[in-house]
Design a protein around this ligand. Sequence first.
Ligand code: IMP
Ligand code: MG
Length: 202
Amino acid sequence: MIDVSDSDPNIETVLLTADEVQRRVVDLAAEIADDYHDRECLSLVGVLKGACVFMSDLGRQIHRQGGPKLTYDFIQASTYGNGLKGPDETERAVHVNGLSGALRGRDVLLVEDILDQGFTLSEIRRVLIEREGVRSVRCCVLLVKDLAAPTPEVAAVRREFVPEYAGFHVPDRWVAGYGLDVAELYRELPCVVIVKESQFSD
Ligand code: IMP
Ligand code: MG
């Protein structure tokens, strides 16, 4: 197995191996299949682009574990653009595109790669409920970032937005792999790595 942190000077270390990620996806899927066992259908809504790898594996595992029928939708939420977030950002405009009433009355599982400050997911949840009229919404994130020094605004968002399903807690660093990117790179890695942020900041 190639150790990407040995061969790539932009990567500090492997945080979660591919096996660790896959085992956790199986556990999350088991929990989800069980919680929705009385529902005929569950609508997965992935946030592009980061969630696509996680959602592919999660959906297949929910199926393997006898979960409900699934539908797949993807939405685009523009947040960090191409780079890394700034150190003193407290709020960002989040634009949600890609839905048009098709989820009205559905049970929705919002699938996301990482919960960082929480603006993206709390805005998407609001849009699903208020604009799209879904029946229920829960959230499944692979990673939850433990923020080192959140502003009071961010701390409030994070207190208010607690995902029902969460894979791993990760430190307040930039991570990539398994769908997550830094400057659009590393999404294809089967593991999750910590990036050397200094190599990517302008
Ligand atoms: P939030 O609104 O701060 O929670 O922004 C979350 C979004 O920013 C995630 O959906 C990711 O797309 C991106 N993001 C935040 N932290 C990271 C990271 O460490 N690596 C890759 N993407 C990240
Ligand atoms: Mg994302």
